[in-house]
Design a protein around this ligand. Structure first.
Ligand code: SAM
Ligand code: SF4
Length: 453
């Protein structure tokens, strides 16, 4: 969930996150199991995902050129892991060194193509998979990016096995933010989701993390909550450990089950309960809001520290390179091929990895920006209206009416903020959106033969 950290707020663009979520726990009791508003938005999001996330094959060699005055983020995907966790639907393959080295070479070629098109990025997000699985290749890729583009920030994702001292010495000065997947410190959960054997138990993970603290300017820890066997006590224990560890950022994702992993999750750990999700979200807010500021519905940043937030939140438009990456440009969503073989062949013949696309109308773009903006902390009404050349109250009349009636938003000085109840609602919407994106990945991966992997 690349899928996504302060890169900066988009000044001069039509939209920016005010990053000023209501700081108190006022209204926490409004987050209730079985909330009607959540059920309504979840159903609406599922319908919208089915309609809007079906992408068509395209026949074009390269992405369109950048538009004057726009800021774009560069997203680079590294789809290799040393183990495949049962719940994960990201585009990832079991690591094989030769394949991965060839892949990194293609990735750098595709980056040069974006440069030739005229893109000049100031932020880069390297997502996975496990991006530091071959640290020399990762460094060569970041060095090339820093040579081509005026990068101010680079963020990378990794797992608990690829964050050792030596790896960090390579990344120092190259990477500003590292995000490590922990998911839980509970050994039973780690065993059930297929991580214990590869990454060790909670104690072992904790000592790896202790050694990592302070190695780079920002360290983010990913947790997942609402595993079927997880109760409130287990989650509080995870959060207590996190608070003692005190990383710069914490991201707490609700367990997302897209169709293909649903049965795997059910077999390995049980059925997911939506009611429990709401209760556990309250626990997260209770435990973290004393020491952390909330920077999106699921991300928290240590009070007083700079934030690097989800790239989809703070960047209206982005270019994705690598197999299975997404780009969003001028109202069009593009995906690159999920086949490693086809990706390499396209790059060798001078083409970008493009495979499918879908264009969105103004209303769906406005709805998307409203959802992402409120998920990320708030929406400036005036800049939103400037971007879409229409007052937000006119363009999204029905949506705002629903959110106000549901008690999900408040307005102050021209900015719409989510209430605590709203934060949970937008977390839920974002979860459905990610599940929809996972469905795109699954559909594309279902077409792959063993040769493509
Ligand atoms: C793409 S992964 C990369 C992290 C790294 N490979 C690791 O697992 O340690 C980024 C994060 O997405 C989250 N994630 C992956 N699948 C998820 C799911 N089904 N539900 C909720 N979060 C998920 C996990 O928290 C994970 O750390
Ligand atoms: S959670 Fe991380 S390690 Fe596990 S399969 Fe997904 S990307 Fe790979």
């Amino acid at each position: 969930m690349a899928e996504m950290k302060k890169m900066e707020l988009m000044e001069g663009e039509g939209f920016s996150s005010p990053s000023c979520l209501l700081p108190s726990l006022e209204g926490l009791e409004e987050i209730k199991p079985g909330m009607l508003a959540t059920r309504i938005v979840n159903r609406a999001m599922r319908q919208a995902s089915g309609k809007y996330l079906s992408l068509r094959p395209i026949d074009r060699d390269r992405l369109p050129a950048p538009r004057e005055g726009k800021h774009y983020l560069l997203y680079a995907h590294v789809p290799f892991c040393s183990t495949l966790c049962t719940y994960c639907t990201f585009n990832r393959f079991l690591f094989e060194e030769e394949k991965a080295r060839r892949y990194f070479r293609s990735l750098r070629q595709e980056m040069k193509m974006a440069y030739e098109l005229g893109y000049r990025f100031d932020s880069m997000y390297v997502g996975g998979g496990t991006t530091s699985i071959l640290v020399d290749e990762l460094c060569a890729t970041i060095d090339l990016a820093r040579e081509l583009f005026p990068l101010k920030e680079v963020s990378c994702e990794s797992d608990p096995n690829n964050i050792d001292k030596e790896t960090m010495a390579h990344l120092k000065g190259r990477v500003d933010r590292i995000s490590v997947g922990v998911q839980s410190f509970d050994d039973d959960i780690l065993k059930r989701v297929g991580r214990y054997e590869k990454f060790g138990g909670g104690e072992e993970t904790l000592s790896k993390l202790q050694a990592l603290m302070g190695a780079l300017p920002v360290v983010n820890i990913d947790l997942i909550f609402n595993f079927p066997t997880q109760d409130e006590k287990m989650l509080r224990r995870d959060l207590e450990i996190i608070k003692r560890l005190s990383p710069t950022q914490v991201t707490a994702y609700p367990l997302m089950s897209s169709p293909s992993v649903k049965s795997l999750i059910k077999r390995s750990i049980g059925d997911i309960s939506l009611d429990k999700e709401a209760t556990l979200y309250r626990v997260i807010l209770e435990e973290l809001l004393g020491e952390y500021n909330q920077i999106s519905s699921w991300a928290f940043s240590k009070k007083g520290d700079d934030i690097i937030d989800e790239y989809v939140v703070n960047h209206d438009e982005y270019v994705g390179i690598g197999s299975g990456s997404f780009s969003f440009l001028d109202g069009v969503l593009y995906t690159n091929t999920f086949s490693l073989k086809e990706y390499a062949t396209r790059i060798e013949s001078g083409k970008m990895g493009l495979s499918r696309a879908r264009k969105y109308g103004r209303l769906s773009q406005m709805q998307y920006r409203l959802m992402v903006g409120l998920f990320g902390g708030g929406v400036h009404k005036e800049s939103f209206s400037r971007q879409f050349k229409m007052p937000i109250e006119v363009g999204l009349f029905k949506e705002l009416l629903f959110l106000r009636c549901a008690g999900a938003i408040r307005e102050k000085e021209g900015v719409l903020y989510p209430t605590l109840k709203g934060k949970y609602l937008f977390l839920s919407m974002m979860k459905e959106f990610y599940i929809g994106m996972d469905t795109v990945r699954e559909e594309s991966r279902a077409r792959l033969s063993s040769e493509d992997m």
